[in-house]
Design a protein around this ligand. Structure first.
Ligand code: Z5A
Length: 213
């Protein structure tokens, strides 16, 4: 950890069922095996306040929720997580592995809900103290294929297929604008192939940041 100045934030993004949680957990196992200090978080949630907000956001009975209320709740949960867990972990030079972060808001609320990008970007900067991911893995997968992998019945998951297709396209637009940071992975590939791609990319990235592996 000699040459490391601050920790890094590695995020996993993608549509539902794309396999990002599976791979984020594999990366955590890899970090444990190498004794690299880290934390694992998911959004919305990972704090007491964030989990309470999550239950409001994902409750399928809350169908009346306005899109503006929705985005503010996601940002409120992120803000708590940023100050309670992410900033302290980065200061302690830890690797922060996050199952979703700001790119989700651009894909699901800006592109998916047609909310104004500039305003949401300002709100997001306010919520996160300007913290951005250092490396992002985006799992791209056909919506129907993702859905076939599980049961998806919460408030966000039960919005129609057209919405989720917009989200997928939104993610690709975000990735197009941040080519250096966001690695697009083919979510159709077998789990072990994806695992190798992620480990290879993360290894190179961490070495570049001064981690001794
Ligand atoms: N949301 C938002 O709108 N705005 C925001 O700012 C934020 C979030 C932060 C959170 O949902 C919801 O909040 C989410 C976005 C929205 N809603 N939607 N829709 P969540 O946390 O409950 O769940 P999720 O993040 O959508 O993840 P998920 O549905 O659990 O799926 P996943 O993490 O992408 O996949 P997985 O759990 O790793 O894998 C799913 C299944 O596929 C599982 O059985 C695996 O064994 C299998 N799998 C995994 N990889 C493969 C491969 N490669 N091949 C075959 N099968 C595989």
């Amino acid at each position: 950890m000699h040459g490391v100045r601050r920790g890094v934030l590695i995020t996993f993004e993608g549509v539902e069922g794309s396999g990002k949680t599976t791979q984020a957990k594999f990366l955590v196992d890899w970090l444990i095996a190498r004794k690299i200090p880290h934390i694992f978080i998911h959004e919305p949630g990972s704090t007491k306040i964030g989990e309470a907000i999550r239950s409001i956001l994902l409750n399928a009975e809350n169908k009346v929720m306005h899109h503006k209320c929705e985005v503010l709740l996601f940002l409120a949960a992120r803000s708590q997580l940023t100050y309670e867990k992410i900033i302290p972990a980065l200061q302690q030079k830890k690797v922060v592995v996050a199952d979703r972060f700001s790119d989700s808001t651009y894909a699901y609320q800006v592109y998916g809900r047609d909310l104004p990008p500039r305003l949401i970007s300002v709100f997001n900067r306010f919520a996160t103290a300007g913290i951005k991911p250092d490396l992002t893995f985006l799992f791209d997968l056909d919506i129907a294929e993702g859905r076939a992998r599980g049961v998806f019945d919460d408030r966000m998951e039960t919005v129609g297929k057209t919405y989720h297709q917009k989200v997928r396209r939104g993610y690709l637009k975000v990735a197009h604008r941040a080519k250096k940071r966001i690695k697009i992975l083919n979510g159709e590939k077998p789990v072990d192939d994806l695992k190798c791609e992620i480990v290879d990319n993360t290894k190179a990235f961490l070495i570049g940041k001064g981690y001794k592996l």
